[in-house]
Structures are given as C-alpha cells and as structure tokens.
Design a protein around this ligand. Structure first.
Ligand code: ANZ
Length: 853
C-alpha cells in the first residue's frame, strides 16, 4: 500500500511492509519472474490543508516537500522500486482518471446527490471529518458540533453488496479481514411488516409504520414500536401533549454519533410519542416510542420491540414499565430466566390469533418465521426482506485539497450535468485562502472565476461543483495506474492490465482491512463491468504486517511516601505513584522484571504504540545512519513473524548488525589496520567438501521456503546458522560463499552487492539466478540409533547411514553413558537392525556380579 506522505516522514512501521515486498520482489526477480514493484503517493488529505489554514503555505508545496523527503528516505533503504512508474494522486495526469471513473459511476446511476447529515461546527463555520470531532466537540477549539443535513454526493456501493460479499470466498486474504468485510457489509435476512397507526380513539388510520425485523417469529411478543428520532413520519404521529418532549429529544439525539447511540452498555433513553399502533397479529394496541437506540439509517428506521427476546428492548421496557410478553421457549423446555431477555431460538408459545388466521404455537422459530412471512404476504402486510449494514459511500468533502468533482450546475434550472470527458482533468484552481467560508460552503466557492462556466452543449451559464472528493478516491485504483503510469489516452492499456493483473501480493496495515479494501474492490468491480479491467477482484493476496510498538517501558510503583512497592502488591494497595525506570536499572527475574538493586520490587513492563506525545518514536533515519540500511531491513524482518505485533528493541538491531559484521569478516577478513579492509575476499578456489555443500543446500532450501512463505524471520535464522557453521571451516570455497551471498542479497542488498563485486563480478547481483537447493544434499546422512542393553533402552548413538554392526558397537562402547554398561562385560549376543536398533545381551551371571544399577 502506498503511503500518505505525512510531515513527520517515515516511521519504522513503513520499512516493515516495504522491506517485505522488496525482499519478495528481489527474490522473485532472481527466480526469473518479471516483477512490478512500484511506489507512489496518496497525497491529497486533511493535514496539508490544516497546515495551509494555519500558515498560508499552499498544500501542494507542503505535500511536494513531504513527498521528496519520503522518496529520499525510501531510497536510502535500497528498495528496488521502478521509480519510472512513480505516481502521485495530486497530479492532474493522475486525477484526470479518478475524475473519469467518477463520470462512469455517474453515467451508471452509481453516483447521486442526497441530503445527508454531516458534522457541522457553527463556531468554526465548517464541516468536520469524523476524526476531527472528539466527544461531540471540535478537536480544534472544543466547539460544539451538530449533525446537519447537507447536499452531498453519494456512491451506490450498496448495489454491489452481494458481489462484494460473495467474491470474498475466493480470495487468499487473512480470514480476519474477510470476516471484518462480511460484518461491515452485514447481510441480514428478515422481513418488513406493516403496523397500522391508531388515532386517539383507537381507530385505524391510513398511516402505517413499516418495521424491519430478523425475528418475525416473535411478532406476537411485540409490545411496543420504536421509531428513530429522525424518522420522517414522526412529526405527523406525535400527539400535541408529547410534541415538545419529542422535539427536545430529537435535538439531543442529533448531536450524537450512531456509535454513541447504539453502544450496548449505554443506558437506554426515549420518549413516548403519545400515539399507538396495532400489532397486526395479536390485534392489540401498542405504544409508539421514540428512542435513539434505533437508527434512522438502518432497515426502515422503525422496529417492533420484543422485550422478552431482545436485550435492548428488555432494558428499555423494564425502564419505562412496558409489558414484556414471552413468546419463545428454549428447545429443552426449561423455564426462561426472568429478569433477562431470552434471545435464542426455540419453540413458539402465546402466539395464536384465529381472527387474523395465524397460529404459530408449537412451531420452531425457523418454521414460525417462515409462516409469519407467508401470512404477511398473503394479507398484504409485509414481505421477506434482505438488508445490509453497508451504507452508500459519502463521496463529497467540503475541502480544498482534493480532486474537484467534475459536475456543473445550470444556473437557471439548477440541473447537474457531467463535465465532458474531453475536458478532463478538471484542475484544482489556485487559492490563497483555504479557510472555510463560514456558511458551510466549501473553500472552492472562493475561486470565483473558476466556478463560473458555460455548459458547452446548451451555451447556458453554469457553476461548478465546489465539493471535492474524499481522500479514499485516489487510493481506490492506483494499483492499476502503476501498470501503465504514463498513458494519457486510457486509465490503463488493456494488454498491460491483462499481463499484470491482479495484484499478486498487497501488503499493508490492518487498519485498511475494511474501508480502503472495500472501496477499491467496489471500483474494481465497476471497472470490470465496463470492460476496463479483466479480473473481478483487484488483490489476489493481502497480507497485514503487524504493528511495531515502541521499546518496552519499565515502571516502578511507589506509595504516597515515595517508597518503591512491588507491582504485584501495588494493585492491592489501589493508590500508587509511578516512576519510569531506565533499562540499566532493570534485570529479569524468572518471568518478571525487577529493580537491579532491589530484586523484591517487581516492575510493570509494557510496550506502547509509538507516538510523539510518549516520546518513543524511532526514526528510521537515525537507525540507518548508525547501523546502515541493511541492518534496519534485516532487523525489521527478523523482529518476529511478519504478521504479528512486535516491540522495538535497539539491542535487537545490534544483534543483526553483528551478524552482518561476522558475515563480512568471514568473507573479507578483518581490516589490516584501522579502518581499511583488504581488497577482494578470503575465499579459495577449492572444491567444497560434502559437509560444506550440505550446510549450504540446507540453507538454500530453508531461505527459499521461508521467503516464499513470507516467514522472513526464520529465513534469516537459517542464514545465521549457516554463518555459524562456516566459521568452523578453515577454508571458504568460492562456490559456497557465492551462493550464500546470493541468498543474502534480497535481505541485505547493499552489502551483498559489495561482496559480489569483491568476489569478482563486475555486474549487479540483483538479476543473478537465486540458488536452487540440490535434494541430494538435503537428505540426512546420519541416523540416531537407540541402544538397548538386555532389552532396555539405555541411550542412543549417532551413526552414519549404512554403518556396520561392528562400527555401531564400537561407537556404543565409546559413548560416555553406554560405556559403563558395556565395558569389560562378557557379551552373550548382539542383535543389530541397521538404521533401527542395536541390542546387546550380556552374560547374566556377570551382570549380577557387575555394578549395573
Ligand atoms: C424484532 C426482534 C425480536 C428483533 C428479537 C431482534 C430480536 P440485524 O441482524 O442487525 O439486521 N433493528 C431493525 N432496524 C433497526 C434500526 N434501524 N436500529 C436498531 N435496531 C434495528 O438486526 C435486525 C434486528 O435489529 C431487527 O430484528 C430489529 O429488532 C433491530 F427477539 O425485530 B428485531
């Protein structure tokens, strides 16, 4: 995944994913594949715009500066990117195609306008992104934020919900991401049922409230209805007496986010609407309540509440004294625990009304649900319904630093028209003032001469759309552009797309498990439908690299007199002070960490996310200048399994740095005098021994297998083992060492190139063939042979395969453990099964006389 070039530069999390793909790219290239390993910038976004508002610096300047920094940092790590393919989402040549995709969506009815509530901050006069709102107030300045409906562009991702769900099955992605996507799409099967609204005399009116339920089997137990505070029909149902409290409630709810509203642990709130509806099955009047635990944006925005069988309804009904009616019993017939909802399935009870022709008593939940839907369809009061949690994608931002949306509005009629494809890219106008207008109008409304335009087909005056696209837009399809970055006629050339697509390995953080991956899959499917791409899915395999946490921090607890207390007793004490202890004052004792000068004091050891405020951020530049890029690369790959979270540990870099040093000295030798290494290497032209070949081929097999499987840490361990073994040899044959340098090169390319050149090769190592393991050297040549004395296993010996009985016996007699059973003892019989066992039967009499225990 390409990065957002933030002002802070690279953090150590970036090289983790980027080293991994670089190792893979180099490895695959050496195996003879054509590898597309590109880099680019997801460069629109809020921080540059916020910085522009504060300082007046144009976001483009800030962004380009950041890109330059990122590029030089990445180059310092030796990533083998094809820099000719570098792209940036802010360049008009790129966003021309982002706009083009938008026009295709518009053409197919997949982009539309709607009034949607946004986070509106009256004091700042601006719309805020969700991440700029903290606990209902603006992050900047702490001003109140309300939800206000505004005209927005929406993308109809819901039209693809089924395909986005079904096609997940065929992807080689982490199961956890697939599950998150499934939950996000949230397919739910149920029914819509109509409840007739009653007037104040209890008579049926023309008004109906349609509810969405996944449990039609519980309908006889629906003892009230709930509508969301933003339910459109609400104002026409509310009774005069209740109007004021309902409106007050609506106002409070408008300030809350959906997440706050549906939090399970939150105490339920609500107001009575003053009005009743008729349960169509039981025929009973039931009250209609307004409560914010029902969301206006899901289902129909109204529910039938079944307090006996739904936990939230139960809590609500208990609080407001609404009747609770049990209609499902657990299958095993045991009594339902009172005071709690039973939300499982079971056998239906209390559910029959012959007047309406419905009796579901005694049926299972499944059968009952089916029968209720059938009945509702017959009497015209409902139907089967599939719902998705997935919402259409809000695709407009009231911001400057984004792609202009290529739409114009006719001044006379207000009709919206697409900008002609031939006029793309529609470039962002220059602005000096990036502050919001104060009325909610986006900053682009200040670009007066840009806004005014003429509709080319009618010649009528028109104005341009001033909303821009969200940051997600440019990152939705960039992988396609890498395949053909300079094409000015097409988004991507068909043949090139066919050659490279789909992306074989897509590596990035788990934080993109849902939105980015879902949005790109959606756009990709649209592009597939219109014949731009040849595959249904963009990314064949996705891998999430683990997070790198900051160095472990040790904390000591102190009582109020500032005396150290052990962390295990501090919890009991409750109140305690904390002091951060430097690593030099810490030792490990068993599985805990304690103070060096007072081992009774146990410390708290914890790794935290790297953050500026904690001061535990590691800057890769510092590591590179102190240990070199290869050490950083190797360390990040060696820290632990690629997909797991890991903690940064500076002494760990020293470990891999030493390994590289040892490798260097094994091949080149130590410097003759301070600072200078001899030219060339220490390798010899001797034929390698079998032992050396075995060690090498074992290493080749392991490194190949582990690199292929993205288990880089164990691949590196194998190389470390090899170097340890090689140190025991008195000669380093060239054939062995050259192969090893090839193995090392994807991981530590700088040092490998230097060694390769010293080994007498004038050209780069990067395109040489990766060594292949010879199976002949992988077979183990020795076996472990159990040795029994009088039928009892007394030890083992290691013998060459095919070793003779005599040799095995000699080895056993020389073995430290076995010799005491054998030496000087008369032997009655030897039983030898080659490669399996050696059994020695001693002369009984002598055994008794001997000292065998
Ligand atoms: C009656 C009922 C009885 C329900 C019962 C559940 C258990 P999912 O699976 O998430 O689709 N619901 C429907 N619309 C809602 C909304 N806009 N806001 C909050 N809740 C809503 O869940 C669907 C269930 O969530 C529906 O089934 C409805 O409550 C509730 F024993 O209807 B149920």
């Amino acid at each position: 995944m390409f990065p957002y070039p933030s002002g802070a530069g690279l953090h150590v999390g970036h090289p983790l994913g980027y080293t991994a793909t670089d190792v893979l790219a180099r490895f695959k290239r050496m195996q003879g594949y054509n590898v597309l390993h590109p880099m680019g910038w997801d460069a629109f976004g809020l921080p540059a715009e916020q910085y522009a508002i504060e300082t007046g610096t144009h976001p483009k300047l800030t962004t380009l500066r950041n890109i330059n920094r990122f590029r030089s940092q990445l180059k310092s790590l030796g990533f083998s990117y094809d820099w000719d393919r570098e792209i940036s989402t802010i360049e008009p040549e790129y966003y021309k195609w982002t706009q083009w995709i938008f026009l295709q969506l518009l053409k197919r009815g997949l982009a539309y306008q709607a009034e949607v509530p946004v986070n509106w901050c009256p004091a700042l006069g601006t719309v805020l992104a969700n991440e700029e709102v903290v606990d209902g107030v603006s992050e900047r300045g702490g001003h109140p934020v309300i939800r206000k409906p505004m005209r927005q562009w929406m993308l109809k991702i819901t039209a693809y919900a089924d395909r986005l769900l079904e096609d997940l099955d065929e992807l080689d992605w982490p199961e956890s991401i697939k599950e998150m996507q499934r939950n996000w799409i949230g397919r739910s099967e149920g029914a819509e049922v109509e409840f007739c609204v009653l007037d104040s005399d209890g008579m049926e009116t023309d008004m109906k409230i349609t509810v969405y339920t996944t449990r039609p089997d519980t309908i006889f137990g629906a003892t009230y209805l709930v509508v969301a505070p933003e339910y459109t029909l609400l104002s026409s149902i509310v009774s005069t007496e209740q109007r004021e409290s309902v409106e007050g409630y609506q106002d409070i709810a408008s300030r809350k986010s959906d997440l706050e509203r549906t939090e399970l642990l939150k105490e339920k709130t609500g107001v009575f609407s003053g009005c009743y509806a008729k349960n169509p099955t039981s025929g009973e009047p039931i009250p209609i309540w307004v409560a914010d635990y029902v969301l206006g944006s899901y289902g129909t925005g109204a529910i039938m509440a079944v307090p006996a069988h739904d936990a939230r309804d139960h809590e609500f009904a208990s609080k407001f004294n609404i009747p609770i009616k049990w209609v499902v019993t657990p299958n095993n017939g045991s009594c339902v625990e009172s005071g709690k909802a039973y939300s499982g399935e079971g056998i239906i009870v209390n559910s029959s009304n012959l007047k309406v022709g419905l009796d579901i008593n005694g049926l299972s939940s499944k059968e009952a649900a089916y029968k209720v839907i059938e009945w509702a369809e017959k009497v015209g009061k409902g139907k089967k319904k599939v719902n998705y949690k997935l919402r259409d994608w809000l695709f407009a931002r009231q911001r400057y630093w984004g792609e202009p949306i290529p739409v114009i509005f006719l001044e006379d009629s207000g009709e919206s028209l697409p900008v002609l494809e031939s006029e793309l890219p529609l470039t962002l106008p220059e602005l000096d003032d990036f502050t919001p207008s104060g009325t909610g109008e986006p900053p682009l409304s200040k670009a007066v001469s840009w806004i005014k335009t003429i509709d080319p087909s009618s010649g009528k005056p028109a104005t341009r759309e001033t909303n821009t696209m969200p940051q997600w837009a440019g990152s939705c399809w960039y992988y396609l552009r890498f395949m053909d970055p300079k094409n000015s006629n097409e988004l991507v050339d068909k043949a090139k797309e066919k050659y490279w697509s789909p992306v074989d390995v897509y590596v990035g953080g788990a934080e993109h498990a849902v939105l980015h991956l879902l949005y790109s899959r959606f756009w990709h499917k649209v592009l597939y439908d219109i014949g731009v791409v040849s595959t249904k899915e963009p990314f064949k395999c996705v891998i999430n690299q683990g997070i790198i946490l900051g160095e472990v921090q040790y904390t000591a607890c102190k009582d109020t007199y500032e005396n150290y207390i052990s962390a295990d007793s501090a919890d009991v004490l409750g109140e305690y002070l904390q002091e951060i202890i430097p690593e030099e004052r810490v030792v490990k004792s068993g599985e805990f960490f304690v103070l060096k000068d007072n081992p009774n004091i146990r410390l708290i050891a914890r790794a935290h996310k790297m953050s500026k405020s904690r001061g535990n951020v590691v800057n890769p530049d510092d590591v590179v200048s102190e240990y070199g890029a290869d050490s950083l690369r190797l360390y990040e790959m060696f820290m632990g399994p690629f997909r797991d979270s890991k903690t940064w540990n500076t002494s760990g870099i020293e470990g891999v740095h030493r390994f590289l040093g040892r490798t260097w000295r094994l091949i080149v030798g130590s410097p003759l005098h301070h600072g200078a290494f001899r030219d060339g290497t220490l390798v010899t032209d001797e034929e390698p021994t079998t032992e050396q070949l075995r060690a090498l081929h074992k290493c080749i097999a392991k490194v190949t297998e582990e690199t292929e499987g993205t288990r880089f840490n164990t691949g590196i361990s194998a190389m470390m083992e090899f170097i340890n073994a090689a140190y025991k040899w008195d000669k380093q044959p060239k054939a062995i060492i050259e192969a090893f340098v090839l193995l090392l090169s994807p991981y530590a390319p700088h040092m490998a190139e230097e060694l390769w050149s010293r080994l007498g090769h004038p050209d780069s190592i990067a395109y040489k063939a990766f060594p292949k393991a010879d199976p002949a050297y992988l077979k183990e040549s020795t076996v472990v042979l159990p040795v029994q004395i009088n039928g009892k296993t007394r030890g083992t010996i290691q013998v060459e395969k095919g070793c003779s009985e005599e040799d095995a016996f000699t080895l056993a007699s020389q073995d430290e453990k076995l010799s005491k059973y054998l030496n000087g003892k008369p032997i009655k019989k030897r039983i030898f099964v080659p490669g399996k066992i050696l059994n020695v039967i001693l002369d009984r009499q002598n055994v008794k006389a001997g000292s065998i225990q």
